[in-house]
Design a protein around this ligand. Structure first.
Ligand code: AMP
Length: 415
């Protein structure tokens, strides 16, 4: 389906061609016609689904079609986001998609001087992308007026609540015109988000989209650096320490799966395996026992686990990182389903850093490192950046002789 079939006007379609967007994503197919027709939208969608264009394109079109120019200090579409990074990103999208429409867009967030933002608002803006705190500051100082707002977007609503913006949001809602279009985008739908949606949205069009390459925000992800040979021991230690009731563990090879199950058996921890060497009935039986709670730890390889319907799992442990980064998303996606919270823990050895970097680049995050006392690795896992780069540290120069003595003397001196 081409973009034009969704009701987008020629100048926007042309811009999309220049951006190389050929086919609308699932969210865009559903959101664009709904937003164009003025309806409220409640969308379960996160980064990676194309959600930004899903709301930005139809909003720009609606604003373009209105002939009345915006008044001083007024704003016509207000987009609220949790962080300054997202604010910049969303604003950049509006600029790119609105090229050639001659609409005024602006971004505002805290931590930078408010004066230029106040100056920019004087002429009024068609689209304002803002974080809640700074928006309220601007409103209190009469730099922004809400009486011309026709559309409100809450982007990553769950993260805004997680970051404690609930009070600020309520204050913004109270100041907005009652008659308006509201679009709510959230990766997860907790009770609090649902309550907010019930209060704000009128007969919303409901949209759900699963992202291709992202992990669910509600899943707590962390990794433990560890030497390869101590992974099984660390797994047992974490299992006991955290009191995990049920764990789906992933190992790279069939041999690795069998070894871990053997070790768990020896410790009398009910465990079973699913891997390619097992006949299908045996795999299904293992899964059934796991679902019934008879098996506490199910150890699997990626291939064998693909497509398995296991829901509501509290913990997924990557005993080995997957070689294919997308598999990390599949694995972690088995926990934290349907708005439940979950944990995804990875045991990472130094020689897996390339896999780690690829996963972090794909999921656009840096996974938190938690050192486990007594398991500090001899082989350091190199640092990685959010962009998936491995930080290579220069080799330390050899200590000159006698340095130890000097340090000791220093310490004594300080005492
Ligand atoms: P988002 O989920 O809004 O953060 O978008 C994710 C990425 O997909 C962004 O880099 C967009 O530029 C890109 N994108 C969005 N829609 C399309 C599309 N229909 N075709 C190609 N790329 C797209």
């Amino acid at each position: 389906m081409p973009f034009a079939a969704l009701g987008l006007i020629e100048p926007i379609v042309q811009t999309l061609v220049s951006l190389d967007y050929t086919t609308p994503t699932a969210v865009q197919q559903q959101a664009i016609p709904a937003v164009l027709s003025g309806k409220d939208v409640m969308a379960a969608a996160q980064t990676g689904t194309g959600k930004t264009a899903g709301f930005a394109l139809p909003i720009l079109q609606r604003l373009f079609k209105r002939d009345k120019p915006v008044s001083s200090n007024a704003v016509r579409a207000l987009v609220l986001v949790p962080t300054r990074e997202l604010a910049e990103q969303v604003h950049e999208s509006f600029r790119a998609y609105g090229a050639g429409l001659n609409l005024r867009t602006m971004v505002a967030y805290g931590g930078v001087s408010i004066n230029p933002q106040m100056m920019n608002l004087r002429k009024g803006v068609d689209v304002l992308v803002a974080t809640p705190g700074r928006l309220l500051d601007l409103h209190r100082q009469n730099a922004v007026k809400f009486n011309e707002v026709i559309t409100l977007v809450l982007d990553e609503a769950d993260r805004m609540l997680d970051l404690g913006f609930s009070k600020e949001l309520d204050q913004v809602f109270a100041a907005l015109p009652k008659k308006r279009q509201t679009l709510l985008f959230s990766a997860t739908f907790s009770d609090q988000i649902r309550a907010m949606a019930n209060r704000l949205l009128r007969e919303p069009v409901r949209i759900e989209a699963t992202p291709r390459n992202t992990t669910v925000a509600r899943i707590t992800q962390w990794l433990v650096p560890v030497d390869k040979k101590r992974k099984s021991e660390l797994f047992l230690h974490l299992l006991k320490k955290h009191g995990w009731t049920q764990v789906l563990a992933f190992a790279k090879t069939r041999k690795g799966v069998d070894e871990l199950v053997g070790l768990l058996d020896a410790k009398r921890i009910p465990a079973d395996a699913i891997h390619g060497d097992k006949p299908q009935p045996a795999r299904l039986r293992a899964l059934e026992r796991f679902k019934l709670g008879e098996v506490k730890v199910l150890v699997a390889t990626d291939v064998a686990a693909r497509g398995l319907d296991i829901e509501d799992l509290p913990v997924v442990v990557n005993v080995d990182l997957p070689i294919v980064a997308e598999d990390y998303v599949h694995r972690t996606g088995r926990t934290g389903r349907a708005g439940a919270s979950g944990e995804a823990v990875s045991l990472v050895a130094a020689d897996e850093v390339e896999y780690l970097a690829a996963i972090e680049a794909l999921t656009k995050q840096t996974i938190k490192r938690v050192e486990e006392s007594g398991f500090e690795p001899d082989h350091r896992v190199p640092e990685t950046t959010a962009g998936g780069q491995i930080v290579k540290k220069p080799k330390k120069p050899k200590k000159p002789k006698g340095e130890t003595k000097v340090v000791q003397e220093d310490v004594r001196f300080r005492r």
